[in-house]
Design a protein around this ligand. Structure first.
Ligand SMILES: [Zn+2]
Length: 144
């Protein structure tokens, strides 16, 4: 679905291609092979795929509603990434939360250090991190 591709590509320069299961990552977003950032990226994008985030947000009738809907999708994909890493990555919940949280923490630090604009459809990475940790209060991972 072309609109789904455009939506995800603009969001984070990585996308699961609807209907074929391929993951496309733009060169500016490709982390080093074997790095925790790549693990998080793949799990997050698979999370979108599993959750069916492959098209437009049909209930959105305004840009503000689309933004809120997309922000919720990002939060849900982060949490789904944890579930994927536990089930397919053979990690404990704490290990999986730490991988996703560390990636969000690096993004939050980069956003603060470089005064980066927010990626469309995303809350600040610090807010995404806070949401993730609120979903896994027993993981033993903290904001810092
Ligand atoms: Zn995403």
């Amino acid at each position: 679905m072309e609109s789904g591709l455009a939506l995800f590509r603009g969001e984070c320069d990585a996308v699961m291609v609807p209907g074929c299961g391929d993951l496309m990552v733009g060169p500016s977003s490709l982390p080093a092979a074997g790095s925790p950032s790549l693990t998080k990226l793949v799990a997050h994008e698979l999370g979108h795929y599993i959750l069916g985030h492959d098209g437009v947000i049909t209930q959105a009738v305004s840009q503000a509603e689309w933004t809120r809907g997309q922000q919720q999708r990002e939060l849900d994909a982060n949490a789904q990434a944890v579930e994927i890493l536990v089930r397919a990555g053979d990690l404990t919940e704490s290990e999986a939360v730490k991988i996703v949280a560390d990636s969000l923490r690096r993004s939050a630090d980069a956003q603060a250090r470089n005064n980066l604009p927010l990626t469309p459809g995303h809350l600040p990475a610090s807010a995404e991190l806070a949401d993730l940790l609120s979903r896994y209060p027993n993981a033993g991972v903290t904001l810092r």
